[in-house]
Design a protein around this ligand. Structure first.
Ligand SMILES: *[C@@H]1O[C@H](CO)[C@@H](O)[C@H](O)[C@H]1NC(C)=O
Ligand SMILES: *[C@@H]1O[C@H](CO)[C@@H](O)[C@H](O)[C@H]1NC(C)=O
Length: 269
């Protein structure tokens, strides 16, 4: 029943349509990497109340329970993918790998530095892509045919990414979004690179998440409280310009994905 096709029938059929999931992203998808990465080890996600609702203990997830990726693998009948930094051998990654790291940026630290921005977690999408290529090599080092076969029965999940880039820029810029807006094509380009690299090694089914409504995100609201006129309304408590930035990102992302579908009709994106 394992196919690489987009015959999405939903959960509960009892048999996985994919043998494994490879996932990418930031804290919205990280299931344990930032707890291991030296610069972030021992961070907030490793302490209560994280994990208290579902797992009963902190487990490296930036949540009191499960993340979207947990529900996806569960509905596919697969065990959770091994956090990349928690695995070593091919056996560890038989059911896939999760490359997402809390605090990760879409763009490379050097690029952000060129815009005056220092990212505090030195992991970008290019790190995650090279980790992915390493795991694929580990799973089948013989040849590209074997790797393509692995990818044909794998689901690739690219969780939200870019929030950290935008929010660092907004915080450094005292809440202005002009510079953050200028990052949109670069961030969408970095997402495109992950997908084209994956398609190049045989990925056939990819799920790509959009940007969250940044203007409602508690951390950003705490760091950059709005002035009069910044909010949609007092009831929502969301800042309009950050949500507009998220919408700009999502429109650019959708345009890129449309183009990618046209360029790769054999892939389900
Ligand atoms: C990510 O890649 C950059 C550039 O190659 C490197 O300097 C950095 O150490 C990498 N991060 C990790 C956690 O491996
Ligand atoms: C942000 O505000 C601080 C303090 O008012 C100021 O020193 C800094 O130049 C501002 N940064 C930008 C990018 O406007």
């Amino acid at each position: 029943a394992v196919t690489g096709e987009a015959d999405a029938g939903g959960a509960g059929h009892g048999q996985a349509r994919y043998d494994r999931v490879f996932s990418f992203g930031d804290s919205l998808t990280d299931t344990g990497n930032s707890a291991i990465l030296p610069v972030t080890a021992g961070g907030p996600f490793t302490n209560p109340p994280y994990g208290q609702t579902h797992f009963g203990r902190p487990n490296g997830r930036a949540s009191d329970g499960r993340l979207v990726i947990d529900f996806i693998v569960e509905s596919l009948g697969l065990p959770p993918p091994t956090p990349y930094l928690a695995g070593k051998t091919a056996v560890d990654f038989l059911h896939g790998a999760n490359f997402a790291v809390g605090g990760a940026t879409a763009l490379d630290p050097a690029f952000l530095q060129s815009r005056g921005i220092t990212s505090f977690v030195p992991v970008s999408l290019s790190n995650q892509t090279s980790w992915f290529n390493g795991v694929l090599q580990l799973l089948d080092s013989t040849d590209i045919t074997g790797q393509r076969k692995i990818m044909a029965s794998s689901l690739l999940y690219l969780g939200e990414i870019g929030f950290n880039d935008y929010s660092f820029v907004a915080v450094f810029g005292n809440g202005t979004v002009g510079l953050a807006q200028s990052l949109v094509p670069h961030i969408v380009g970095a997402i495109r690179s992950v997908l084209t690299d994956a398609i190049g090694v045989g990925a056939r089914t990819m799920v790509v998440a959009g940007m969250i409504p940044m203007g409602c995100e508690p951390e950003l609201l705490a760091l950059l409280p709005g002035g009069a006129g910044d909010y949609y309304d007092r009831a929502s408590g969301c800042i309009a310009r950050f949500n507009q930035l998220a919408q700009l990102h999502n429109r650019a992302l959708k345009r890129m994905l449309c183009q990618l579908r046209r360029d790769h009709p054999g892939a389900a994106i």
